[in-house]
Design a binder for this molecule. Structure first.
Ligand SMILES: NC(=O)c1ccc[n+]([C@@H]2O[C@H](COP(=O)([O-])OP(=O)(O)OC[C@H]3O[C@@H](n4cnc5c(N)ncnc54)[C@H](O)[C@@H]3O)[C@@H](O)[C@H]2O)c1
Length: 253
């Protein structure tokens, strides 16, 4: 059933952070948002809350980006149901802090599987319908950890997020001719309730006193604003780029 609206699929959209903020922002921008997440119950609950908020139906699909058969099936079902796919936001990310000398192969592999290969898999199956539909916008959520030592003992995460930037550039070069733009957003620290559980209070106060130019910690909505721009026609000459959203922290070096 084609709706006439641009269709946007967001991965890991039912958490407490960036994915949900992106889904909410794109829905308020008027896009037909498809909420996906590895957590099936939260995925359906969030989609129905969002549908209520914007006054339009919002689809929900259980999707673990490490399950490539599921990625393929969900994207093809969305395209068949909604009549195409215009925007893909690869938000799913996973990390575990372990020094390289002690890191398990499982930690390394899981991080690469979710952050890098999961992003690849979604792009792999989204590109054909986007090209068939005359173009689209893919936005990959990386991190400033891709190029700077922002997370101690986060080698797997940093490597995966750096890979996302390389994947973004090459996919942009390959697909510009088809009208598909591919960009990355690299957030600095973005607050959510889960981070409050894993980091001590001092982590946040040190961040504010030593790093933040703008005297606050980033909010998921700060990243969603950048994604909203990149998804829109306002960004029609923007591809192959990485946009930092760190409140200046990345500029400090
Ligand atoms: N929060 C930050 O400070 C920060 C900073 C830089 C980059 N990022 C990146 O932003 C993205 C979102 O992070 P966030 O902290 O805002 O979390 P989020 O709330 O957007 O995402 C958490 C959600 O991810 C889902 N998820 C986990 N593994 C999944 C998988 N394999 N497939 C599909 N869904 C899965 C969970 O079910 C949960 O609902 C990640 O890629 C993260 O690496 C976050």
């Amino acid at each position: 059933m084609a709706t006439g609206q641009s269709v946007a699929l967001v991965t890991a959209a039912a958490g407490a952070g960036i994915g949900a903020a992106v889904a909410r922002r794109l829905a308020h921008d008027g896009l037909d948002v498809v909420v996906t997440d590895a957590h099936e119950r939260r995925c359906h609950e969030f989609a129905s809350a969002l549908a209520h908020e914007v006054g339009r139906p919002t689809s929900a699909y259980h999707l673990d980006v490490t399950d490539h058969a599921q990625v393929r099936a969900v994207i093809s079902e969305v395209v068949a149901e909604r009549g195409g796919l215009d925007v893909l936001v690869n938000n799913a990310g996973w990390s575990k802090i372990e020094p390289v000398a002690e890191m398990s192969l499982e930690t390394w592999q899981q991080c690469l599987d979710v952050d890098l290969t999961g992003t690849f898999a979604c792009m792999r199956y989204a590109l054909a319908p986007m090209i068939a539909g005359g173009g689209g916008s893919i936005i990959n959520i990386s991190s400033i950890a891709a190029w700077e030592m922002s997370t101690e003992h986060g080698a797997a995460y940093s490597a995966a997020k750096a890979g996302v930037l390389a994947l973004t550039r090459v996919a942009a070069a390959e697909n510009g001719v088809h009208g598909v733009r591919v960009n990355a957003v690299a957030p600095g620290l973005i607050y959510n309730d889960f981070l409050r559980k894993i980091y001590p209070e001092k982590f946040f106060s040190d961040y504010l006193s030593d790093k933040a130019f703008l005297s606050r910690i980033g909010e998921p909505g700060d990243v969603a604003s950048m994604v909203s721009f990149l998804a829109s026609d306002e960004a029609s000459y923007v591809t192959g780029e990485v946009f930092t959203v760190s409140g200046g922290v990345s500029a400090r070096g």
